[in-house]
Design a protein around this ligand. Sequence first.
Ligand SMILES: [Zn+2]
Ligand SMILES: [Zn+2]
Length: 386
Amino acid sequence: MSDEMWALAFDRSKSDWDKSRGLGKVRVPKPVLDESRNPLDAERVIIKVHYTGFCGSDKGIWNRNAFKDMIFGSLDEEGKDYRVTGHELLGEVAEAGSLAEKHYGFRPGDMVTTESHITCGKCLQCRIGQREVCQNELIIGFSLDGCFAQYIKLPAKVLWKSDPNKIRPEVGAIQEPFGNAVHACTKVDLRGKSLAVFGCGTIGLFTILTARALGVSKIIGVEPKEENARLAERIGADEVIRFEPKDGWRSDPGVVTAVREFGGDGVDVAIEMAGYNSSVNNALRSVRMGGEVVLFGIKTGDFQIERLDRVIVAGVTMYSVIGRRIFETWNISTNLLEARENQIQDRIFDVILDKGKDTVIPITDFDPDDFERRFDAHPKVIIKWI
Ligand SMILES: [Zn+2]
Ligand SMILES: [Zn+2]
């Protein structure tokens, strides 16, 4: 076996972060397990990558508008110049450290996906069952080399088994972002409720599918882009309203009125997946008195809440959701995807991924301009490594 492999990486010795874009398809050393030099490798595995998902965060690296500090800081610590990106994975365990099976139950041949947050296990949050907010987490593809590569080395503790006979591999590779939707939808009780989803991008679409399977009674989507709005309708939103996004932080009275009417006098629950200040205010103004707002969309900077007094007097509850509950969310995600009668898996593949047409790209065909066109045209693209 060659000791080099193909990977998609950012290399700071070759590209100036502020003057470049994209990811280079490059040859890098293949990761190895070497327990004599690094005893922690005993609990690690080498995974042969089959399929990987490309997400909004990867787009942030591609366009150089996010994650610079995390990448450069971790490269300084490792004393190297390139970061292999990617964190949504389906692959096969190719080699396992001597304790990977004994401690975590993984051995060569297992098909796995991975949690992208590597948690420390030692901080207060890890110890009390809130690992999604670990104080010392590392993130695959940002603070250590990721899965846009033929092989990746990972701690066995972050892996999650995925049976390709039950979950097709292209969908198996995107259980990490699907888990964000599952986490958001399980933060509140959706049974029999009316729901508004603000932002019907990839995770907003997953939210519509999940909420439906969990027994929500009716769903309205709010989405500016025509393509996403159409997909939201095709996968089961009862109604989707489109609007012209405006600058500024204030709510959009047209959107708020339409969503409130849909719910009767406001919806029971709003899930905010876009992260714009105005969208957060739309969500807060659209729920009924005593309603709930789940915040997942994220943009850096200060936000203004419109009429906070009214939010308080209306008894509206706000939650924030980050990552996935490890591994509770993964277990629910697996069950939802494997239960074919809810049609989640088929709608992800047939509709959101358009049956793989233009959305599943073999790494051998990788061309930066063509790849960029594809990830701009579709809510999700998948890179095939085998
Ligand atoms: Zn992601
Ligand atoms: Zn921790």
